[in-house]
Design a binder for this molecule. Structure first.
Ligand code: OOG
Ligand code: NI
Length: 317
């Protein structure tokens, strides 16, 4: 009979991961991140309370090393297996980085709900082009990634757990890498941990749905924003507006038995303006797909600095 066929809707059946499993994994990544980054938790609570309850996420971002199968593809597989689509590439030659971004299945970009139960975030994953570093730095990174060849299989699990896939680093290795690439040093001690999640500013309900207002409110409550290139990062087309906090720091227990404070994660804010071709749509008809999509090299280049020693020094000053 007809009841026997097609019990499931099309979108889910082609992919090995169910929506419930996927959202639970995102929730665990978020929980791990919030538990380690108290400023981030405070900012998120503060925005949620001020705005009246519902905060949606624009994107989640991660960092990786492009050696021993530990790069972008290691973590991307989890999202691709749920139906995410690879959308664009960004390149940062000055920082020896490259990034890819991914968008969720179309029907989950404009659904109801908040946080990880709401519209699904885009995913931004960058990787350090390790062969562009000095032989010494390359050797340090490969010492860890070569032990962690399972990196490609367990990256998502590592992010959920908040655990490194490689052995606990030496402080001497951390210091040596930090001199040449702060990104390398960050990734050595944070691994696949969520680097930041981003509040979807235009989806807020109160006056802070304009990012200028939100930045003022955040700062008037003594939270420090990343000032690199100015607080507000604006794409050349003027339609992607971003800002971010300065990262929290955490005490890391290094292999020598020494504990030292290192940069952890931050939170970002993104406002996506309506594209020119949809500007006369009535407000209630505007969907996420009518807005400026994607990322911008010029903005991202400055946002990377949210974990820099220079920005962290400003935070305690
Ligand atoms: C990512 C920085 C770039 C964006 O939205 O353009 C970024 C990072 O710090 O790893 O988040
Ligand atoms: Ni971001």
């Amino acid at each position: 009979s007809r009841m026997d066929v097609a019990p499931l809707q099309t979108a889910q059946v082609d992919f090995p991961i169910s929506e419930t499993f996927f959202r639970n994994a995102l929730a665990s990544m978020e929980k791990t991140y919030l538990s380690k980054n108290l400023t981030v938790s405070s900012v998120l609570d503060f925005v949620r309370t001020y705005d009246g309850g519902q905060v949606c996420y624009d994107h989640f971002a991660f960092r990786t090393f492009n050696v021993d199968n530990c790069g972008i593809s290691a973590l991307a597989q989890f999202f691709l297996d749920f139906g995410y689509i690879t959308r664009g590439e960004l390149s940062f030659p000055g920082k020896h980085l490259r990034a890819l971004w991914f968008s969720p299945p179309q029907h989950l970009l404009d659904c109801n709900g908040e946080g990880v139960n709401g519209p699904l975030p885009r995913i931004f994953i960058s990787e350090l082009l390790v062969d562009k570093l000095s032989p010494e730095s390359q050797a340090i990174i490969k010492k860890y990634t070569s032990i962690s060849s399972g990196g490609s299989k367990y990256a998502a699990l590592a992010s959920v757990l908040g655990s490194l896939t490689w052995p606990t680093p030496l402080l001497s290795d951390y210091h040596r890498l930090a001199r040449e690439s702060e990104y390398a040093a960050w990734t050595l001690v944070n691994g696949y941990a969520l680097n930041h999640l981003t509040i979807s500013v235009h989806r807020l309900k109160s006056d802070v749905q304009k990012i200028g207002k939100l930045n003022e409110l955040i700062q008037s409550n003594k939270f420090k924003l990343n000032t690199e290139g100015g607080i507000l990062k604006v794409s050349p087309d003027g339609r992607l507006l971003q800002s971010s906090t300065v990262a929290d720091s955490m005490v890391f227990h290094f292999a020598e038995g020494i504990s030292e404070s290192v940069p952890a994660s931050y939170i970002e804010f993104a406002e996506r303006l309506v594209l020119p071709e949809y500007e006369n749509l009535s407000v209630d008809k505007i969907l996420e797909l009518h807005r400026r999509d994607g990322f911008e090299v010029g903005n991202a280049d400055k946002i990377f600095e949210s974990t820099s020693a220079e920005q962290l020094r400003r935070k305690v000053a």
